[in-house]
Design a protein around this ligand. Structure first.
Ligand code: PLP
Length: 361
């Protein structure tokens, strides 16, 4: 109808550079004119460059490319089991993941997801998974057994309602993994790639995982996922262990290279930190203004505005004010705009939220 919208959810934390970013459009057009897909039977230059960009800018050493977040998690789960087998821990096929987590819809990722509502109708889930309370180290300690190969968690739970991991909790999980030679897997599909104002979500805590799953913002809208690993975990997969026909194809990698360049070389991370702080001030103002708003939690440009009751109608109230929003976990307005959002655009968002909250009552 010719109505303009400001996209506050960016394809669920995917469109890092917004829509139709000229650099991304040009890179895709150029790459499409050269090669779109050749398979991993051949070395792919943009794939090698992307692996270098991701490992140079993170604590990781190796990259495996796939096409989605679920697949990146599957790769991480498989890697942890193989690590255990290669180390001679024959019985270690289990995982501890977190309640209220979300890891994807394929059977491994779905089983890791600690929310029954996503699993209903698809049982039985895979065996070997136990679920611990997020941000509760004692609960993780109680869940770990001699059969646990890995602890799997999101450094900030996304779909569960934007819940940041407590640094002490993350450090405790790291210690447990070190003591027992288990794999620490961070699912950074939603909170990675600059979303929190750091390159990766783990950086805020200083806790480095052994394996990290990426997707969503990595391709800026083009499907790509990655399973990254470091140290001994980077040496687990050899030729033939794991593969993907489309994974790391030239087109997707050329898109992700633009995202990495903007984030790590062109100042986008600094922008996220500055504009994120501006947005946080505005959100805190709404917390102070409305009794219905409990808190604003998150980091960088990943925020959850927590309402004191279920509020699906907020999506419509925001849309009527020209803002495309989303509600996670029933009562958390999820704010995950393109990372290029400006302060002036944040003002538009805050004004729309103000109006919508006032109408919500
Ligand atoms: N992991 C996390 C933390 C996610 O938020 C999601 C999707 O929302 C996934 C995994 C699954 O990613 P995909 O939908 O690309 O398979």
């Amino acid at each position: 109808d010719g109505k303009k919208y400001l996209d506050l959810i960016s394809g669920i934390a995917v469109n890092t550079l917004g829509h139709n970013h000229p650099r991304l459009v040009q890179a895709l057009a150029d790459q499409a004119a050269r090669l779109i897909h050749v398979s991993n039977l051949y070395g792919i230059t943009p794939q090698i460059e992307l692996a270098e960009a991701l490992t140079t800018n993170s604590c990781m050493d190796k990259a495996f490319f796939c096409n989605s977040g679920s697949e990146a998690v599957e790769g991480a789960l498989k890697l942890a089991r193989l690590y255990a087998r290669q180390k001679g821990y024959e019985n270690r096929s289990g995982y501890v993941s977190m309640k209220n987590s979300f890891h994807g819809r394929t059977m491994g990722a779905l089983t890791a997801t600690g929310q029954k509502k996503y699993q209903q109708g698809f049982e039985p889930m895979l065996s070997g998974f136990t679920y611990a309370d997020y941000n509760d180290l004692a609960s993780v300690e109680a869940a770990v057994t001699d059969e646990t190969s890995a602890i799997v968690l999101e450094p900030i739970q996304g779909e569960g309602g934007v819940i940041p991991g407590d640094p002490d909790f993350l450090a405790g999980c790291r210690r447990l993994c070190d003591e027992r030679d288990m794999t620490l897997i961070f699912d950074e599909v939603q909170c990675g790639m600059g979303r929190t104002g750091a390159g990766f979500g783990y950086e805020a805590s200083g806790v480095e995982p052994d394996v990290m799953a990426l997707a969503k913002g990595l391709g800026g809208g083009v499907s790509i996922g990655a399973t990254l690993a470091r140290g001994a975990h980077g040496k687990v997969f050899g030729p033939g262990h794991h593969a993907s026909t489309f994974g790391g194809n030239p087109l997707a990698c050329s898109a992700a290279l633009v995202i990495c360049d903007e984030l790590f070389n062109k100042g986008l991370l600094e922008h996220v930190r500055a504009v994120g702080a501006y947005l946080k001030r505005g959100l805190d103002g709404l917390v102070g203004k409305y009794d219905s708003v409990v808190e604003a939690r998150g980091r960088g440009l990943m925020w959850g505005l927590v309402i004191n009751r279920d509020c699906p109608e907020l999506v419509g109230l925001l849309a009527a004010r020209g803002v495309l929003g989303n509600v996670a976990a029933g009562r958390v307005v999820r704010i995950a705009p393109p990372l290029i959002i400006t302060e002036a655009e944040c003002d538009v968002v805050l004004e729309a939220l103000d109006g919508a909250l006032s109408e919500l009552g």
